[in-house]
Write a protein that binds this ligand. Sequence first.
Ligand SMILES: [Zn+2]
Ligand SMILES: [Zn+2]
Ligand SMILES: [Zn+2]
Length: 322
Amino acid sequence: MQRFACPTCGRRAYFHNLTCACGHALYFDAARMVMRNEGADCGNRAPIGCNWIGEAGGLCRSCAMSRVVPVLNVGNNIQLLGRAERAKRWVLTNIANWHWFSDDDPGPRPRFLMLSEETGGRAEQITMGHLAGEITINVTEADALIRLQRRQELGEQYRSMVGHFRHELAHFFFDRLAPKAGFLAAFRDCFGDERADYSAALQRYYQSPPVSSHDFITPYARSHPHEDWAETVAHLLHLVDFTDSFVSTGLTMPGVPTGFAPYAETDTDRLLDIATRVAIAINDINRALDNEDLYPFVLTPPIRRKIGFAHGWMTAHLSQRA
Ligand SMILES: [Zn+2]
Ligand SMILES: [Zn+2]
Ligand SMILES: [Zn+2]
């Protein structure tokens, strides 16, 4: 994520800040990707701390995509929704660098169903996923303890709200890219045939989850070509974004050219080489405090090829004809 500053005093304004230390209010202008001191409040500013500018209808462009939200006066749903929406705004800002859902993107937007297991009545079972433009997010996972527990149960190395949004949005991107000339043939060559029975594949996966392999970024990616794509796109977004954060702090290190702009880079190999250097360096720093690795995944040649495919289509979707 790039860094933002308060227009009045020039102090750093963190992406989620509502006010600056100088006393001015902060509003994120998602259309221009800058922080402002004035704007219309998003209808969710007071209840859940959304700092984006409210647009027609009262909500910001991110909150407006959430068609269903949990009952807010039950349990800690209001905090959970606040944290989930925060992760969503982060991810939407990242992908706007590639013109997804920005003002110049004429394509459809996803509709988010932000659901909580805590309904005030019987506990709800929620499956996160994407179906025909609708993305279901379980905001209960915004609770760190619950997320950690599921991460252990499911044997995932990495599980976060930002990760969930990146993964589920990837399924939505697939539907947007599928009608483009040449996409499906190239996709099948890279990931396999996505018409393979999905529910049977997932059932097989949960009956006997595979271990990690040389060809897949995560064990879950092995379950079905759709999941391989979603995991691959999510990892592409993780890699670009932590590299962008590294560069934005002004840090430099051998192999990372000054002025490197990760979101503008079109050469996937160059991007991945630099991201890997950054990851290894930060893994080393984290080990000094016995923290977990920043990025504990290995990018083998087959995985790099898939990331390259995703990178090419994700960055150039507006110029591809349907
Ligand atoms: Zn200020
Ligand atoms: Zn909002
Ligand atoms: Zn998925």
